[in-house]
Design a protein around this ligand. Structure first.
Ligand code: ISL
Ligand code: CA
Length: 551
């Protein structure tokens, strides 16, 4: 297996709207990111991923692009972007952009042309269909709790949108449309960006004839109906040949609907499609049959199985990216950690994040253990997905208490509250009231406090990122789970020819016996990292995490 910068780099995802506001209007911006480039450099991350920065009406916070060639004015200008790119490169870091090629905004000029008439040359850039009598063309439901088709009165036809009606899906069957997308990618790559995170890329090829969905489980619907369409791999291969073959740039696909069995089709070295995908299998562990608004307990055994299945699938050929939260989910410490052992569990999760055979992605604010927030009412929420789901549950008379508990655990706004820089007003994110409420715990959880405390979560992350750099076996080494069935302990090794690291994690509020690891006491070893002061070799305390080099 070939070593590559994009495999071993530590990624840091920035949600620009919430990262840092330089001009005091309550909205994070590109200059705000540039102001923090020393902070990021010191943290040790080396690839920055920016959630979409293109011009957009922000119905879905930029995942609805109206102009691929310009920056959203609230984020800044193209000059600001060029300066950010230069500053990032000067500091030895790379920058990748998040781009949406499955759909545009309804305000994109192509769509405005497309709605105008049935014979407009842009008509075929989107999916237009006649209704079924008074009904939409089929029974598809969008990801955001509404019909996936909306009727446009002027021509009496429906257009397809797998997300909100503000996000019409592009028709990849149309070669001119594809060519225009490739031109966009070339434009940014020529500017010097180091790659792309490709939003919902598995969804670009639709099943011809748009047959009805017969699955009741939404995840199954995603995998078998919306994602992995018949021409998907043909399109990805064409995009590679037309665009990415000409640059040293990374492609990270958002692997929605991608199982470990299907993943090699996307990322095998032999296929010239994408470099990596990130999957959703662990993100779905706490979702009941009703999906993300139907929260249920998760188990460690299932999490281990997810990691093991993916590791096995990618072991010979291919690579994936690993994360424990992003802008679409609850904060990882609230979801997978412990309330009682907040600090210990945040550190343990950092180890879990940065010790897999995959590219690690840190989500902004996780390096200080930012937590979920409990909003008082639906009005305080911004996320359109949350609003739609709420409307639906009210309409259908569903269980509102369960809905709120699910939102508290996994609502998307949890991860979108402003980054907590210090304990001044608005957490030092802005001098103006931010677009989304600051988590009230900013007075105790913030970067300033943790920078000054060398036992903090922030310092722990720095150490860990450095260790991952010093121990390539943590990136490339084989992965071996010692006790796949244990419900509290997660003990695994990373093994290469000349290096071996043992990782032991206790994901519970109780002390656990560790003699489980045969001969640990007799082994010649060096403690690389621990989240308690003095480690013991026979027990692991609540949420204790240790990493040994086996000599
Ligand atoms: O998992 C989800 C729904 O069950 C989502 O939160 C999300 O819609 C899905 O992961 C796809 O995400 C991406 O595309 C969306 C955008 O809203 C998300 O922010 C983006 O990450 C539409 O562009
Ligand atoms: Ca601003």
């Amino acid at each position: 297996m070939k070593n590559q910068w994009w495999k071993e780099g530590v990624y840091y995802q920035i949600y620009p709207k919430s990262f840092n506001d330089a001009n005091g209007d309550g909205i994070g911006d590109l200059n705000g990111i540039r102001e923090k480039s020393d902070y990021l450099k010191e943290l040790g991350v080396n690839i920055l991923w920016l959630s979409p920065i293109f011009d957009s009406p922000h119905a879905d916070n930029g995942y609805d692009i109206s102009d691929f060639y310009n920056i959203w004015p609230s984020f800044g200008s193209m000059d600001d972007f060029d300066e950010l790119l230069e500053a990032t490169h000067k500091k030895g870091m790379k920058l990748i952009l998040d781009i949406v090629l499955n759909h545009t905004s309804e305000e994109h000029p192509w769509f405005l042309e497309s709605v105008a008439s049935k014979d407009n040359p842009y008509r075929d850039f989107y999916h237009w269909q006649e209704g079924n009598g008074d009904h939409p063309p089929n029974n598809w439901e969008s990801f955001f709790s509404e019909d996936a088709w909306t009727k446009y009165p002027a021509t009496d036809e429906y257009y397809l949108h797998l997300f909100t009606k503000n996000q019409p899906d592009l028709n990849w069957e149309n070669p001119e449309m594809r060519k225009k997308l490739y031109d966009i990618l070339h434009f940014w790559l020529k500017k010097g960006v180091d790659g792309f995170r490709l939003d919902v890329i598995p969804l670009i090829s639709k099943i011809p004839g748009y047959p009805d969905n017969t699955f009741t489980d939404f995840n199954e619907t995603i995998e078998r109906v919306y994602a992995n369409g018949p021409r998907l791999h043909e399109h990805l291969n064409e995009m590679y040949n037309e665009v990415f073959a000409h640059y040293d740039a990374v492609t990270l696909g958002e692997g929605i609907g991608v199982s470990p069995d299907l993943a090699p089709l996307y990322v095998s070295d032999k296929r010239d499609e994408l470099n990596m995908v990130y999957h959703f299998d662990h993100m779905n562990l706490d979702c009941g049959p009703g999906g993300r608004y139907d929260n249920k307990p998760w188990s460690l055994k299932e999490l281990k199985a997810v990691i093991s299945d993916w590791d096995e699938s990618m072991a010979g050929d291919g690579w994936y990216a690993w994360y424990l939260g992003n802008h679409d989910f609850g904060r990882k410490v609230t979801r997978f950690g412990s309330q009682k052992y907040w600090e210990k569990s945040a550190k343990l999760l950092a180890v879990l994040l940065l010790s897999q055979r995959a590219a690690s992605i840190i989500y902004q604010g996780d390096e200080i253990g930012m937590t979920n927030i409990r909003f008082e009412s639906i009005e305080e929420h911004d996320d359109i997905a949350t609003h739609n789901a709420y409307r639906k549950i009210v309409k259908e008379g569903g269980d509102l208490n369960h809905f709120w508990e699910s939102i508290y655990m996994n609502g998307r706004d949890n991860a979108r509250t402003p980054v907590q820089w210090d304990d001044s007003d608005y957490a030092g994110f802005s001098t103006h009231e931010p677009w989304l409420k600051v988590n009230p715990n900013y007075t105790s959880i913030n970067v300033k406090h943790q920078s000054a405390d060398n036992q903090s979560i922030l310092h722990f992350y720095k150490k860990l990122v450095e260790i991952r750099r010093q121990y390539p076996t943590l990136v490339y080494g084989q992965w071996k789970d010692h006790f796949p069935d244990h419900e509290q302990l997660f003990v695994y090794s990373r093994i290469s020819e000349d290096q071996q690291v043992l990782i032991a994690l206790n994901l519970s509020d109780e002390t656990q016996e560790l003699q489980l690891v045969p001969n640990l006491g007799q082994m010649d070893k060096k403690l690389l990292l621990s989240n308690y002061e003095k480690g013991s070799e026979t027990t692991l305390r609540p949420w204790e995490a240790v990493m040994y080099e086996i000599l």
